[in-house]
Design a protein. Structure first.
Length: 287
């Protein structure tokens, strides 16, 4: 969090220079805060089988980045957990503990490039998605894909691009509209509309694509091919319920679970959510 606070302070102090401001905005949007593991998380990490894969980062470092993978269990049902922005694999620790009670399950998770213990100073949705593709290339397609926040969007993007369908997709408070998330982040630190417009112009030039590409509605082209449970929080300010509910209106076949007393971060450790996930996995695979 110190790095993020420094970026915000630099914006306030040096943001009058348009060129410098744009460079700082890239850091604001693409720097993922790194938080240390808690004791019980570290204990669980110590029991994992670890491995390292790599993806090429064409947007920031223009180099290969190593990212760390973790595996628990060795059952025939493979589950992949994709964490969110400013998070890491082991933030799913409470869910992992419950799922490991089933000996038929093998759990995989990874720290995306630029997140957790993996290499990279900056990150983005594409690096998350490329990490998932690299995982599948090396360890095979998962039977279940579970994603939180940006991880939920990354799972959807990969399925959209590869047309490889898991038997079960679970999205927990998925991000829906990255453009609006970026705007909220910049508005929160006092960035003018003109400076925001310049950032988005530079964004589209760098990525060679419209920001509409980062809209969940445009990625979700496989509604009839995947069993999907979407869990969200009514009062979430990071992934607003209004965005999720507009998305859900288009796809009535998605199974939906709504809460109104948790938060964007705590929803993945909520015992009710974990129980829901455990139940639908057991139902799907007839455990």
């Amino acid at each position: 969090m110190k790095n993020l606070k420094k970026i915000i302070e630099d914006i306030k102090v040096q943001g009058h220079d348009p060129e410098l401001l744009q460079a700082l905005l890239w850091k604001l949007i693409c720097y993922s805060p790194k938080m240390p593991s808690r004791l019980h998380q570290q204990n669980l990490l110590d029991t994992a089988k670890t491995s390292t894969l790599k993806v090429y980062d064409q947007y920031f470092s223009e180099s290969d980045l190593n990212f760390n993978c973790f595996r628990w269990g060795n059952g025939p049902i493979k589950i992949l957990l994709t964490h969110g922005w400013g998070s890491k694999a082991i933030d799913f620790s409470e869910l992992i503990d419950v799922l490991l009670l089933n000996k038929d399950i093998e759990i995989w998770a990874f720290d995306a490039p630029g997140n957790g213990s993996s290499e990279g100073d900056l990150s983005n949705l594409i690096l998350f998605a490329e990490a998932i593709k690299e995982f599948k290339k090396n360890y095979g397609a998962p039977d279940v894909m579970i994603g939180h926040s940006l991880g939920g969007m990354a799972n959807t993007l990969v399925i959209h691009e590869t047309l490889q369908f898991p038997k079960l997709l679970i999205s927990i408070a998925p991000l829906v509209n990255l453009t609006e998330n970026f705007k909220s982040s910049m508005t929160a630190v006092g960035i003018s509309e003109n400076a925001q417009k310049r950032f988005f112009d530079e964004f589209e030039e760098r990525y060679q694509m419209s920001t509409d590409h980062f809209l969940l509605n445009n990625m979700y082209t496989f509604a009839d091919d995947v069993k999907h449970l979407l869990i969200y929080e009514a009062n979430d300010y990071i992934s607003p319920a209004s965005y999720i509910e507009t998305f859900l209106e288009q796809y009535p076949t998605i199974n939906v679970s709504k809460y109104d007393d948790t938060t964007h971060a705590k929803i993945i450790i909520d015992s009710r959510v974990i129980n829901e996930i455990d139940v639908i996995i057991k139902e799907t695979f007839s455990f």
